[in-house]
Ligand binder design. Structure first.
Ligand code: FAD
Ligand code: UDP
Length: 367
């Protein structure tokens, strides 16, 4: 007799949502994680009384009322709205690209003045069908915004020329002709008051959890449960036998500063090429903190190599088709469910991960 119904590999949002829902349905679960804490990449570490988003800034946003209500059963959310600013040399602009940005850039006031300037710049470029990120960005916002706010940042972020990047990357940024600095278009947005850990803690309440436990080093791993839910790297599960899926990684340089307010905003992007980091996060502003000290993280985008933390899947043609081959293997692996951003090699926002976990639950329990 196997001890558990499910062995869930990964105590991140996908694994925890699945465990919570399976337990609700009377199933027994064991959750393991190779890290020494639960939460996966949404984990927060308390430093000087500030919730530091250890694996990168996380802002919850969704258009789904159902998902918003679901997460609110695990934590109370504040009314934080993400409104980053961008620094280019000695100039400061609001993001995303909106009337505040255009007014500062050209000294204009009205949407029609902004449109006229952008249209004139676009017309000169003569781009009919954008073939890459550079052409896509230029044909959306014109030369000035591209040169000051997109080119340097994007090339730092991806360590590739903008002409060698796919256009869809830039399409997720809003472009507005209103004075609205909200970085997201979603209806619901906020940060859990007290940080993200409580969500995972509540989801895993009453579930057995083994930390600092790597699935691949676990003896009798196939004997522990009837089924496995695997949220680690799919290529690793199959021993990389078809090849290695590539990622981008990020290095965080954290600093505690002896001042109450360092940059006046949670997120400040540095868009010129010469500044080596992409952005600086001041964590306390996510929760309107008033602590006497502050914690900042400078983010350096880095090339991923085996053993590094995999952050962003590189969804180019090569990796996408390799993933499809691994998925075919996964589909033929009975009793293992692959989920989450590593198991499905997909850039998933938090709301999408929860949606995907809930869909998996429905399928698994024939609902
Ligand atoms: P993860 O959180 O990665 O969890 C997987 C877990 O599996 C990890 O804890 C890992 O240690 C464990 N694991 C892996 N292999 C093994 C193994 N062999 N044995 C045991 N355990 C293993 N989303 C938003 O909605 N808003 C944001 O602002 C946002 N910002 C982000 C910023 C960054 C830098 C990144 C990288 C992501 C961001 N996201 C954001 C996305 C968000 O992090 C994910 O949607 C979410 O964390 C995915 O949950 P998951 O459970 O799929 O994966
Ligand atoms: N981007 C940019 N300038 C900025 C912010 C973003 O050019 O100041 C571009 C960049 O190409 C980036 C993309 O927009 O990869 C998506 O930005 P987002 O903030 O969504 O990036 P992520 O949250 O994935 O780091």
């Amino acid at each position: 007799m196997k001890k558990y119904d499910y062995l869930i590999v990964g105590a991140g949002l996908f694994g925890a949502t699945f465990a919570y829902e399976a337990k609700k349905r009377g199933k027994s679960c064991l959750v393991i994680d190779k890290r020494d804490h639960i939460g996966g990449n949404i984990y927060c570490e308390s430093v000087e009384g500030i919730n530091v988003h250890k694996y990168g800034a996380h802002i919850f946003h969704t258009s789904s009322k159902e998902i918003w209500e679901y997460v609110n059963t695990f934590a109370e959310f504040n009314n934080y709205i993400n409104a980053p600013v961008a620094i280019y040399k000695d100039e400061l602009y609001n993001l995303p690209f909106n009337m505040n940005t255009f007014s500062k850039m050209w000294g204009i006031k009205t949407p029609s003045e902004a449109r006229t300037i952008i249209d004139a710049q676009i017309k000169e470029l003569n781009i009919t069908e954008p073939k890459n990120l550079e052409e896509q960005a230029l044909s959306l916002v014109g030369t000035d915004v591209y040169e000051k706010l997109i080119k340097g940042y994007t090339e730092k972020q991806w360590q590739r020329d903008c002409r060698d990047l796919p256009s869809f990357i830039i399409k997720r940024l809003p472009l507005r002709f209103t004075y609205d600095n909200n970085y997201f278009n979603d209806r619901y947005q906020g940060i859990p008051i007290g940080g993200y850990n409580q969500i995972i803690e509540k989801m895993l309440d009453g579930v057995d959890v083994w930390l600092s436990t790597d699935f691949f080093e676990l003896e009798n791993r196939e004997e522990l449960a009837q089924k496995i839910v695997f949220t680690g790297q799919i290529d690793r599960y199959f021993d990389y036998k078809l090849g290695i899926l590539e990622y981008r990684s990020v290095r965080f340089e954290n600093e505690v500063l002896d001042c109450e307010n360092y940059q006046g905003n949670a997120v400040v992007n540095y868009t010129e090429r010469e500044v080596p980091y992409t952005r600086v996060i001041e964590h306390k502003h996510f929760e309107f903190g008033k602590q006497p000290k502050t914690v900042i993280s400078r983010e350096y985008s880095s090339e991923w190599k085996m053993g590094d933390e995999p952050y962003y899947p590189v969804n180019n043609d090569r990796n996408n088709s390799l993933y499809e081959e691994y998925k075919a293997l996964a589909d033929n692996t009975p009793n293992v469910i692959f989920g989450g951003r590593l198991g499905q090699y997909k850039y998933y926002d938090m709301d999408k991960v929860i949606i995907s976990a809930l869909d998996t639950v429905k399928k698994e329990f024939n609902e």
